[in-house]
Design a protein around this ligand. Structure first.
Ligand SMILES: *[C@@H]1O[C@H](CO)[C@@H](O)[C@H](O)[C@H]1NC(C)=O
Ligand SMILES: *[C@@H]1O[C@H](CO)[C@@H](O)[C@H](O)[C@H]1NC(C)=O
Ligand SMILES: *[C@@H]1O[C@H](CO)[C@@H](O)[C@H](O)[C@H]1NC(C)=O
Ligand SMILES: *[C@@H]1O[C@H](CO)[C@@H](O)[C@H](O)[C@H]1NC(C)=O
Ligand SMILES: *[C@@H]1O[C@H](CO)[C@@H](O)[C@H](O)[C@H]1NC(C)=O
Length: 345
């Protein structure tokens, strides 16, 4: 009996751990009216400062609250929302001081990570407002440096990203979008993860050149290599259409992401304050040369060309840092299935 209670307790703890909310989630604004009100001549609006952690987190919270009812597989919980991976990543950046907040909630405009994340927070938010899924009155976004702060300006700065995010949200808002008898993983892959990843990858691709000057402000060459390597890997996650719900992303982050910025002295797999799997992931990432990525991308495109192959490709990603032979077996399976089943066009 005692053992049973312990077991149930542990099961509850572990499932809650995976659905752990981003840091300070409950304190972030839940609607535009939660942002401070500013009176400006004849107009009044709410002022959003995306260079404050809670303000930017609030953009995510509003996105998640408004899109959860539009994703039929989220009826049980917001944690199933595939946009939850974004604030989970943002929270990891905050916790590891990658936003250069140094114990405050002020995000530094010098932070490469915060700058990249701008295009994964403000951009999708503005796109969602554009297509009308967020309709909560007028707001203004505080402008800093070269970052675009309204829809027109962002459309001029990163048109492909804006178009793809708008397309994703506008599809979501169609009442008959991908209506099926029941929602299975295949539908989630095709109708939700596909357009979401397409927008996500466009944001990163078009952000990188705009923020290139900030790479050198990262505190070590190791951290630079990690950041740029990660930006490449995201493309591979997108091609395999990883689910980016809260629990899945939390599991990945706990397993593979360094909880602090890397220093000049870090020599993975020998970082004693990082876990074994984080060390293994870093060792792998550092072993891939930048110039290999184009070739790897071609191979990966084949290995992820249909739904069946993508399931194995996801296992490759989950195992490759830990066991090359297991990953190789999954990779062969993925390639096999890319021939057994028709590739998506
Ligand atoms: C007031 O509104 C104008 C026009 O919308 C804008 O350019 C200006 O930045 C605003 N000022 C403040 C303090 O919000
Ligand atoms: C998602 O979160 C919002 C705000 O906390 C809540 O009102 C809503 O019921 C949640 N949705 C689900 C499906 O749990
Ligand atoms: C998150 O996605 C994974 C993979 O598709 C799935 O197994 C899990 O049930 C999802 N979690 C939630 C809370 O929806
Ligand atoms: C904040 O943290 C960053 C990264 O560690 C560092 O480069 C910067 O000097 C710090 N700023 C202040 C004001 O402490
Ligand atoms: C989403 O909408 C666009 C048009 O805006 C359409 O071309 C596309 O096929 C839709 N996506 C899916 C998965 O149906």
């Amino acid at each position: 009996m005692f053992l049973l209670i312990i077991t149930i307790y542990l099961v509850i703890i572990s499932s809650n751990a995976n659905e752990r909310l981003p840091k300070l989630w409950n304190e972030a604004p839940s609607s535009i009216s939660d942002y401070p009100f500013v009176k400006n001549d004849s107009t009044t609006s709410h002022l959003i400062n995306p260079w404050l952690y809670l303000d930017r987190l609030g953009l995510y919270k509003i996105l998640i609250i408004t899109t959860t009812p539009l994703m039929p597989f989220c009826s049980i919980s917001n944690a199933s929302n595939i946009l939850f991976g974004l604030p989970a990543q943002f929270s990891w950046q905050f916790d590891s001081n990658r936003l250069f907040s140094n114990g405050t909630q002020q995000i530094s405009i010098d932070s490469w990570w915060a700058s990249a994340n701008y295009y994964l927070s403000v951009i999708p938010f503005l796109a969602a407002v554009d297509v009308g899924i967020i309709q909560q009155g007028s707001f203004q976004i505080v402008k800093q440096g070269n970052f675009c702060s309204n829809s027109d300006e962002c459309f001029r700065q990163v048109p492909e990203a804006m178009i793809k995010w708008r397309q994703f949200f506008s599809n979501l808002s169609q009442p008959n979008y991908c209506k099926n008898d029941y929602i299975d993983d295949r539908i989630i892959d095709k109708c939700y993860l596909n357009p979401m990843w397409s927008a996500h990858v466009a944001s990163i691709e078009h952000a990188l050149p705009l923020i290139a000057s900030k790479v050198s402000l990262l505190p070590s060459y190791n951290e630079q290599q990690f950041g740029l390597g990660w930006a490449n890997i995201v493309d591979f996650l997108g091609m395999s259409r990883e689910n980016t719900n809260l629990s899945k992303v939390n599991i990945y982050q706990d397993e593979f992401f360094p909880k602090r910025m890397l220093t000049v002295d870090d020599k993975p797999p020998h970082c004693s304050d990082l876990s074994k799997t984080v060390n293994q992931a870093l060792e792998l990432l550092f072993s891939i040369r930048e110039e290999w990525f184009p070739e790897l991308r071609i191979l990966w495109k084949r290995a992820t060309c249909n739904f069946e192959s993508r399931q194995d490709a996801q296992h490759v990603i989950e195992t490759v840092a830990i066991s090359k032979s297991t990953a190789a077996a999954y990779y062969s399976e993925a390639i096999l299935k890319s021939y057994l089943h028709k590739c998506d066009q």
